[in-house]
Ligand binder design. Structure first.
Ligand SMILES: [Zn+2]
Ligand SMILES: [Zn+2]
Length: 160
């Protein structure tokens, strides 16, 4: 019945349970995840209701770490290579390589953090934002709107 075309329930035929609203079955972890956000390929784990705050804290800490490394590399090149210039990047190739990789990392982490906080402000998970057209409870008019959202000013509640 659940694998038939005309069944519109939220029963997971793999886990054999009724999925709560906002949950999703992850094909990589092969289990249902409550308030599914996304499957993170970098930590090879699903981000859901139980670890979303930790994931955001992890992102922020990684950004701080990347910023510390960038500052350290710039200070090193400034002190040991006679100032910051494009020519002085060749003075210490490994430090320059670390600097470029850290700037790259910082950029992508900033983008990821921005998307996470944008999702929090909207009251939508990444999965709901991408697949809003699939969920009936999100489609009330032109824009996807989360009926569970408490408004963007409740953003501080993620830290509680
Ligand atoms: Zn499942
Ligand atoms: Zn997963």
């Amino acid at each position: 019945m659940t694998e038939g075309d005309n069944f519109e329930g939220n029963f997971c035929s793999t886990c054999l349970l009724i999925r709560p609203v906002r949950s999703k079955h992850c094909r990589y972890c092969d289990k249902c995840v409550r308030r599914f956000d996304h499957h993170c390929i970098w930590i090879n784990k699903c981000i859901g209701s139980e670890n979303h705050r930790l994931f955001i804290s992890y992102l922020i800490l990684l950004q701080v770490s990347a910023f510390v490394v960038i500052t350290g590399c710039i200070l090193y090149i400034n002190d040991f290579c006679g100032g910051i210039s494009f020519h002085n990047l060749a003075c210490q190739p490994w430090v320059s390589y670390t600097l470029i990789m850290s700037i790259n990392l910082f950029f992508w982490l900033s983008l990821l953090s921005f998307m996470q906080f944008y999702g929090i402000a909207q009251g939508l998970t990444a999965n709901e934002r991408i697949n809003a057209h699939r969920y009936k409870h999100l489609n009330s008019g032109t824009f996807a709107r989360n009926i569970f959202s408490q408004g963007c000013f409740q953003i501080y509640t993620i830290f509680l």
